[in-house]
Design a protein around this ligand. Sequence first.
Ligand code: ZN
Length: 123
Amino acid sequence: MVRHHKLKEIRNNLRNLLINVTQEELLKILDKIKEMEYDCNGNMIHPNNMNIKKKSILNELTKKEVELRNLINNSICECRRCVKTDQDMTYNPVDKSWYCVDCYKEMQRWTAKKKTGISVLFP
Ligand SMILES: [Zn+2]
C-alpha cells in the first residue's frame, strides 16, 4: 500500500502514461482495421470478398487489438471492475486480474459461501 502522496502521484502518473500509450496504439490498430473492413464508399467489405493476404493482415491486427485490450484490462494500471487508476490494487490469482482494494473486498463478500464465509473466486 502506497501511503506517501508524492509516491501515489508518481504511481498514478506512470499508470496513466502506460494506459495512454497502449490506448494510442489500440486506436491506430482500430483505424487500420476500419480501413481494411470498409471500401472507399463506406460499405463494409465481407471477409469472403477479401483476398487471403488481406484476411491474414486483418487477423494479425485483430489479434494485436485483443492483446492490447487484455494488456490494459489485466494490468495493475486499472481496477478490473471500477476502472479506477488511482487506487491501491489487489491481485486476484484466480482470474489473474487486479482490483482496487475496495472492489476486491466487495467481490470477496459477494462471492463468499454462506456456510464458510470464504470466497473461492476471491481468495
Ligand atoms: Zn475498483
